[in-house]
Design a protein around this ligand. Structure first.
Ligand code: PMP
Length: 354
C-alpha cells in the first residue's frame, strides 16, 4: 500500500479469486468455470467482431439486448449488460445501499458481497445460515436494508424454491432484493418471471458458468425499468463501454446456440450426480447442490489438508478458512475424466491418512 492511498480504502481487503496457477497444468476444479469451450458459434461471432475493434463498442449492447429480450422473454428496458455479473452486483451496492440502508446477506455466501460493501463504504449485516447451511426465509422477512441472496447459494450449492424467494421480495416492497442467479441454470428456480410483478427485485445472471464465457466477462441484470435506469446511471458515470464488442458478439452466439448450452448443462448435471454418489460412497457428506459445484466434507479430514493433498496430486479445489466451513471443500463439476482423476486423488489421500 502506498502512503497516498485514500483513507476510505484503509482496511479494505480485496476479494481473493480462486488460484489460476501458471506453473503447471492442473485439473482445475476450483473456480466453477465450465469445462467446455464456448459454443463454436459464439467463438465465430467474437472473431468477426474483432474486425471492428477500432471503434468503441455499443454501450447499450443493442444486438445482444434484442436477442436476449427474445430469449428470456423480457423487454429491453428491463435489462443491463455488464462486465461479468460482478459488475452489476457492484452497481447494486452503489445504487441501493448507503449508511442508512445496509446490505444484508447470509454469513456464508459469495465472498465478494462484503468486499463490495466495504469498497463502497456501506455497512452490512450477515444473517447466519441454519445448521444445515440453508437460508432461513423467516430471517429475511422483516430485516431492513438491501438484501443480496445468491440462489443457488455459493459455496454451498443449496437453492431456495421460487416460492421462498417471492415471500422475501413480497415481504417489504420498500427495500430492494437482489437475487444473484449465477448458477441457476444447473437446477435452481429462476425469479425472472417475478420481475413484472415486483418493482423491488433485481435478478443477476452470468454467462461465465453455463455459457462458458468466464474469460469474456458478460453479466446481465433484470429488473423494473426504474431500477435498470438507476444501474445505467452508474454504468454511464463509470465506464459506458463496459462490455466490449467481442464479448457482446460472443454473448449473442451463446444465446443463439441453445442446443449446445442445453447439452453442456445436461452433462454437468449428470456429472454432478455421479461425483456426489462417488464421494458419498467413501464417507463424505455432500450438500444437495443445484449448481455446477458441490460442497463436501468428511469427518476428521480438514478442508485445507484435503486441498493441499489434492493440489500436490495435480487437482485444484477450493477450501474456505472460515470457522463453519473448515471441514469442507468446494469442487467444481468438471468433465467425466476430471471427476475420475479427482475421485482417485481423494481416495489416495484417504489411504495416505490410514
Ligand atoms: N455470483 C456468484 C455467486 C459467483 O460465484 C460468481 C463467480 N465468482 C459471480 C456472481 C460473478 O461471476 P462473473 O463476474 O464471472 O459473472
Amino acid at each position: 500500500m502506498s502512503k497516498f492511498i485514500s483513507k476510505k480504502l484503509n482496511g479494505l481487503s480485496a476479494y481473493v479469486p480462486g488460484e489460476q496457477p501458471q506453473d503447471k497444468t492442473y485439473v482445475k476444479l476450483n473456480t466453477n468455470e465450465c469445462p467446455f469451450p464456448p459454443s463454436p458459434y459464439a467463438q465465430r461471432m467474437a472473431r468477426q467482431a474483432a474486425g471492428g475493434l477500432n471503434l468503441y463498442c455499443d454501450p447499450e449492447c443493442t444486438v445482444l439486448a434484442s436477442v436476449a429480450a427474445e430469449y428470456f422473454g423480457v423487454k429491453k428496458q428491463n435489462m443491463i449488460f455488464t462486465n461479468g455479473s460482478d459488475e452489476v452486483l457492484n452497481f447494486a451496492f452503489i445504487a441501493f445501499c448507503d449508511k442508512d440502508t445496509p446490505a444484508v446477506f447470509p454469513d456464508v455466501t459469495y465472498g465478494f458481497y462484503p468486499v463490495f460493501a466495504r469498497l463502497n463504504g456501506v455497512p452490512y449485516k450477515e444473517i447466519p445460515l441454519t445448521d444445515a447451511l440453508e437460508v432461513s426465509v423467516k430471517d429475511y422477512l422483516a430485516v431492513k436494508g438491501t438484501v443480496f441472496l445468491a440462489n443457488p447459494n455459493a459455496p454451498t450449492g443449496v437453492a431456495l424454491p421460487l416460492s421462498a424467494v417471492e415471500e422475501i421480495v413480497k415481504a417489504d416492497p420498500t427495500r430492494v432484493v437482489v437475487v444473484d442467479e449465477a448458477y441457476v441454470d444447473f437446477g435452481g428456480e429462476s425469479a425472472l418471471a417475478l420481475i413484472p410483478k415486483y418493482d423491488n427485485l433485481l435478478v443477476t445472471r452470468t454467462f461465465s458458468k453455463s455459457r462458458s464465457l468466464a474469460g469474456g466477462r458478460l453479466g446481465v441484470g433484470f429488473a423494473s425499468e426504474a431500477i435498470i435506469e438507476d444501474l445505467k446511471r452508474i454504468q454511464y458515470s463509470t465506464n459506458p463501454y463496459n462490455v466490449n464488442s467481442m464479448t457482446a458478439a460472443a454473448g449473442v452466439g451463446a444465446l443463439l446456440d441453445d442446443e449446445y448450452f442445453k447439452k453442456n448443462v445436461g452433462t454437468i448435471v449428470e456429472n454432478r450426480r455421479r461425483l456426489t454418489a462417488e464421494l458419498k460412497s467413501i464417507g463424505f457428506d455432500v450438500l444437495p447442490s443445484s449448481a455446477n459445484f458441490i460442497f463436501a466434507a468428511k469427518a476428521g479430514v480438514s478442508g485445507e489438508a484435503l486441498y493441499l493433498s489434492l493440489k500436490q496430486k495435480g487437482v485444484l479445489v477450493r477450501y474456505f478458512d472460515k470457522p463453519r466451513l473448515k471441514n469442507y471443500v468446494r469442487i467444481t463439476v468438471g468433465t467425466a475424466e476430471e471427476i475420475d482423476t479427482l475421485v482417485a486423488a481423494v481416495k489416495a489421500t484417504l489411504e495416505e491418512k490410514l
